[in-house]
Design a protein around this ligand. Structure first.
Ligand code: F6R
Length: 251
């Protein structure tokens, strides 16, 4: 795991966007694994700006998102499909038919999980997967306690995750109870993983992550066992990570 320190959210977003843009330039038909949430907004803004100014093309890129709420249709303003269209896809030249997100309104969500897993395989796997991190250490919607061996699956969202995401919904009651998420096994097959963290609310989790212990209590800690992980975090997110750890992982 390699740590890149950023001064603030803006710089974290720029550094992450640079890595994604380089990936797309090197391999124009890359498979990008994407995430939603507040952390990613700045990155997507940078990608859109770069596309406008420098013409980086996504015409041959394929994208697979980490997760989707169960019960929200693609045109629901809180669905992750809506978020992705709104913040990225509508502003770059990727054909929507090359953008994939689990279908949260499928009649058979278990079959949908299997279909999604096969789809990722049929695309040749994920070249670069971007991850945010939950305050409880989750990646995708893989909550603490999830075995590392699980592929794409249905999850019951914990009250803390529903609470954390309630800010996007009219009220806490409106936050769905379930989601489909790529499993940790799915995520770990990605060839390169980029984990982003910003802000003091992530500081305690980042301190746990950089302790270095691999445990299902902190799902993101599995990334220590992956050969190609880059973490970009700002100073607020790193505020509880001791200097010696920053040095070890910063090399
Ligand atoms: C989003 C996702 C989640 C978020 C995480 C952090 O697709 O899978 O794991 O990355 O909950 O969310 P934010 O960025 O809103 O703090």
């Amino acid at each position: 795991m390699k740590l890149i320190e950023a001064a603030n959210y803006e710089e974290m977003s720029e550094k992450a966007a640079d890595i994604i843009i380089s990936q797309v330039k090197e391999k124009p038909n890359s498979v990008l694994g994407l995430a939603t949430g507040s952390t990613m907004l700045g990155v997507y803004k940078q990608l859109v700006e770069d596309h406008r100014q420098n013409g980086t093309s996504y015409r041959n890129v394929r994208t697979v998102n980490l997760d989707e709420y169960i019960g929200l249709s693609p045109d629901h303003p809180n669905s992750y499909r809506y978020y992705m269209n709104q913040h990225l896809f509508a502003h770059i030249d990727i054909p929507l038919s090359q953008t994939y997100i689990p279908n949260g309104t499928s009649d058979d969500v278990e079959a949908e999980c299997q279909r999604y897993e096969r789809l990722i395989e049929s695309l040749g796997g994920i070249d670069l997967q971007i991850l945010g991190i939950g305050r409880n250490g989750h990646i995708g919607f893989n909550e603490p306690g999830t075995p590392f061996s699980v592929p794409t699956h249905v999850v019951e969202l914990t009250p803390s995750t529903r609470q954390a995401n309630a800010r996007f919904f009219p009220s806490f009651e409106d936050v769905p109870h379930q989601a489909i998420t790529m499993g940790i096994a799915t995520i770990m097959k990605s060839r390169h993983i980029l984990l982003l963290a910003s802000g003091t609310e992530k500081a305690a989790t980042m301190a746990k992550l950089f302790e270095g212990t691999v445990t299902t209590d902190v799902p993101a800690s599995v990334l220590h066992t992956h050969p190609n992980v880059t973490v970009i975090a700002d100073q607020e997110a790193l505020s509880l990570v001791p200097d010696e750890k920053r040095k070890v992982y910063g090399k």
